[in-house]
Structure formats: structure tokens, C-alpha cells
Design a protein around this ligand. Structure first.
Ligand code: ADP
Ligand code: ASP
Ligand code: MG
Length: 438
């Protein structure tokens, strides 16, 4: 029989009505045996996600403020769900334990993780499924990175013992027993890890949109949905700001070749987007698959005459970044210029030091630092065959009166990256969308 791992995002579990819808979806298909929930998300535009409330509690404790009243709001959210569902489950003991642990310095990650932990307990009870605490099966290494092999071993063994189970998303455990979370949106990663360990046929990721759109629906009105996308295309798009799926959620399922289906909890009959390992069976008629953009980059441009004949120049430049523990995003380069693009937040405090070290290391003619850069990724497996894609991008963006500060075509011909002023990100994205999706 088929086996599906299903992950439900915060908006899909924001209140009791959504819990009922989620249970209906799960019970409709016996293959949906393992469920990964997020913490309750926003019930309306102005609402606050439980995860954000927990982070706030943590900050309040740090600032020595009283959390009694604010923590009560979190308790209320869970208790409302339980009461509305009419299940016989008392979560008060758990809530008190969480509050006390937070007051006794259990850490920021512990605080945040309780959103999924508590929601997982309720969902397991409501579905009549077993509960597997992620702290026993999702393992991090001493250096804080995810321990994929050990986790896979332990989690697969554990899953074999359960016909049905709920495994809360977003967190795991460090070797010393403390709780650690993935970065924001990390329940997507847990879902992928569980899919791999279970040997699933499909990883269904249920959210509040009917699949991956060709552009962010908050920027482009009613964008077309993407029918099929490859892991690599998706990774490019999600890394560059298409937030539907966490950028690291690809890796576990990729190892096992398991496809992901992005589905809409509120419109389950919609096909959604299939994310597949390999493009060859999915010839794309479209030149581009999608566009995404992200703010917050800095370009450091180093100029030196005859740079190209100076053996080891690039290595010396990159060594400076390495010594300062800064990884680079792109390296668009000319004959006598080399440009290193990095995330502004990563470099901010180290900028002076890096510039001084660069001056010492390669004695450049000039170094320019350009903040406020946004990067846009135009991604598509159809680009390999289509001629003139970069030219079309450039002319569409220019026609929208946006100045292109950088352009970089990936050697795989899967993407073109352009850099524009942060303020012009939205105009550029709309212009490219209009050019390719008419
Ligand atoms: P969940 O809570 O289910 O994990 P997220 O908020 O993380 O959901 O992701 C879904 C949201 O991603 C959508 O509501 C939408 O606003 C946003 N989004 C950004 N880019 C895209 C895109 N290209 N296609 C679809 N949704 C997108
Ligand atoms: N609840 C966490 C967050 O808000 C993880 C997730 O939703 O995937 O980031
Ligand atoms: Mg998400």
C-alpha cells in the first residue's frame, strides 16, 4: 500500500475549524499515516502566530517583564481549539510546565518549539494517532547542524512501530539534551525528514495556497500556479524568497527521490504543485518556471588592472571572506573586476575588517561597497532551449525604468540572477512576469 507523509502549516491548523478540515483530509486517504503539524498560525491578517507569541514571551522574560498575562493568551489559543473540537484532553499541566521551564532559562529554541509540541499533542489526540516527540527522533550534532544519517536511522526504526503517528515539526534535540529548532518555517524540513525515514511514496505539504505560483502572490496579482517543478528549480526559487517551502526541505526527500506535492488545505481538490526529482520526464513548454526575489544583499566590487593575469587573485579574495566566516552568494566577475555578493546582515559588523584585509591581501585599485541590493532569480528548465532569455529579462526590466546593477547567468542555464535596487524589487518582478507570462 502507498504511504504518504503529510505536513500541515500554521494557517492549516490555526483554529478548530481548520483542525476538522485537516482530520477530514487525513482520514480520506489511508495512505496518510504520518502527520507533521506546525504551531497554530494566523487566524486573520492581523492575528499573531503562536510561534511569534512564544518568542515574545522569551524576550519578555529576558527583559525581566511579567509574562503571566501574555502567556495566558497562548493558553487560551490551545484551550479554545480543544474546547471547540470537543475532545477530552486537559492540556493545562503541559502549559504550566512550559511556562515554568521558560521562566527557568530553558532557552529561546525550547520556547519556540513548544508551539508545535503542544499542537502535536492536540492533533494526535483528535486523530487518535500515536504521538512521537521530535526530541527523541530528530537529532542535531554538537556544532548545531542537523544530523541526517543518525536521525534517519533512529526515526525509521521508530516509525516502524507505529501504524499512524503525529510528529511535531520545527525542532529536535542537541547531543546534550537541549531543544534546538530549525530556522523559521522549519516544519517543512521535519516533514521531509519523516518522508525519507518512512520511505514514503509522496510528501504532501498542505498550506494555504493551491501550489507554488510563478511569482509571489503578494506582489503579482493572481499569478499562474506551477504544475510541475524540479527540486533544483524549487531550491533556486525558495532560496530566493519564495517562502512556500523552506529552502532546506528539499534535501532529505532528494536523497530518497520522493516527490513533494504542495496542496491547499482549503481547496483539497486542487491539484497543487508537484515537485519532482528530475526534469527529463517533465518537458516544460514555458521558458521560465518561476521568479522570486529577496532584499538585503551587499555587493563588494574589487577592481585592479591586470587582475586576470594575477594567479591566485580570486583565492586570496575569497580567503578573506572565509577567514571572517562569511559565505558568498554570487561572484559575477569581469576581466579587471571581481564582485562578491553577500548577505548584508552577515557582513554588517565585519565590513571594516573585511575591507582592510582585502586591501592587504590583493592591493586593489579600488573597492566599492554597494548596499541595498535586491536579487531576483528567474528560474526555468525551459531556458536551456530558449534563446535570448537574458535579453528579454533585461529589456523588460529596463522598460519598467528599473536599473539593473548586476546580472549573472548560472552555468547550468537553469537561472538568471539580476540585482536591482531594493526599492525596485517589486517593479522588476512584475515586469519580468508580464514579459514571460502573457
Ligand atoms: P505554511 O504556514 O502553510 O507553512 P507559509 O506561509 O510558510 O505557509 O507559505 C505559504 C505562503 O507563501 C502563501 O500564503 C504565500 O503568501 C507565500 N508565497 C510566497 N511566494 C509564493 C509563491 N511563489 N507561490 C505561492 N505562495 C507564495
Ligand atoms: N512555527 C514555525 C514558524 O513559525 C515553524 C513552521 O511554521 O514551519 O516558523
Ligand atoms: Mg511555511
Amino acid at each position: 500500500m502507498q504511504l504518504k507523509v503529510v505536513k500541515f502549516g500554521g494557517s492549516s491548523l490555526a483554529d478548530a475549524e481548520h483542525f476538522r478540515q485537516v482530520a477530514k483530509i487525513i482520514k480520506e486517504d489511508p495512505a496518510r499515516r504520518f502527520v507533521v503539524p506546525s504551531a497554530p498560525g494566523k487566524r486573520s491578517k492581523d492575528d499573531t502566530k503562536v510561534t511569534d507569541m512564544l518568542y515574545r514571551c522569551y524576550e519578555m522574560i529576558k527583559a525581566k517583564e511579567d509574562i503571566e498575562e501574555y502567556f495566558e493568551l497562548i493558553c487560551k489559543r490551545y484551550n479554545e481549539i480543544i474546547a471547540d473540537l470537543g475532545i477530552n484532553f486537559n492540556i493545562d499541566g503541559e502549559l504550566t510546565y512550559v511556562k515554568n521551564a521558560m521562566l527557568h532559562s530553558s532557552g529561546r529554541d525550547f520556547a519556540a518549539s513548544r508551539g508545535e509540541y503542544l499542537n502535536g499533542l492536540i492533533l494526535a489526540k483528535y486523530l487518535g494517532f500515536d504521538f512521537i516527540d521530535a526530541e527523541n527522533v530528530i537529532l542535531f550534532k554538537e556544532n548545531g547542524t542537523f544530523d541526517d544519517e543518525k536521525t534517519n536511522e533512529i526515526l525509521s526504526e521508530e516509525l516502524k512501530k507505529h501504524e499512524h503517528a503525529v510528529i511535531p515539526g520545527f525542532y529536535g534535540v542537541m547531543p546534550n539534551g537541549t531543544i534546538k529548532t530549525f530556522s523559521r518555517g522549519g516544519s517543512d524540513i521535519t516533514g521531509s525528514i519523516v518522508a525519507r525515514a518512512a520511505g514514503a511514496d509522496l510528501y504532501e505539504n498542505w498550506t494555504d495556497v493551491s501550489g507554488f505560483m510563478m511569482a509571489d502572490p503578494r506582489i503579482v496579482e493572481n499569478p499562474c500556479a506551477i504544475d510541475t517543478i524540479t527540486y533544483r528549480e524549487l531550491r533556486e526559487l525558495s532560496y530566493m524568497g519564495a517562502t512556500v517551502l523552506h529552502e532546506d526541505a528539499i534535501f532529505p526527500v532528494r536523497i530518497a527521490g520522493i516527490p513533494i506535492n504542495i496542496k491547499n488545505t482549503n481547496a483539497p481538490e486542487d491539484r497543487g504543485t508537484m515537485i519532482v526529482p528530475c526534469a527529463k520526464d517533465y518537458d516544460s513548454k514555458k521558458v521560465i518556471t518561476g521568479i522570486a526575489g529577496k532584499r538585503g544583499f551587499t555587493a563588494i566590487t574589487i577592481e585592479k588592472d591586470m587582475m586576470n593575469s594575477e594567479v591566485g587573485f580570486g583565492r586570496k579574495v575569497l580567503e578573506v571572506f572565509e577567514d571572517n566566516e562569511v559565505s558568498f552568494e554570487h561572484l559575477p566577475s569581469g576581466i579587471d573586476t571581481m564582485c562578491v555578493i553577500v548577505q548584508t546582515s552577515v557582513i554588517e559588523e565585519k565590513q571594516e575588517k573585511i575591507l582592510n584585509s582585502l586591501t592587504r591581501a590583493v592591493k586593489p585599485d579600488t573597492i566599492n561597497v554597494d548596499n541595498g541590493l535586491a536579487l531576483l532569480a528567474v528560474v526555468g528548465r525551459g531556458m536551456v532551449k530558449a534563446k535570448g532569455t537574458a535579453a528579454r529579462i533585461v529589456s523588460a526590466v529596463s522598460a519598467a525604468d528599473v536599473n539593473i546593477r548586476m546580472i549573472d547567468q548560472g552555468s547550468s542555464e537553469l537561472n538568471v540572477i539580476i540585482g536591482v535596487d531594493e526599492k525596485e524589487l517589486e517593479s522588476a518582478l512584475k515586469a519580468i512576469y508580464a514579459e514571460f507570462v502573457k
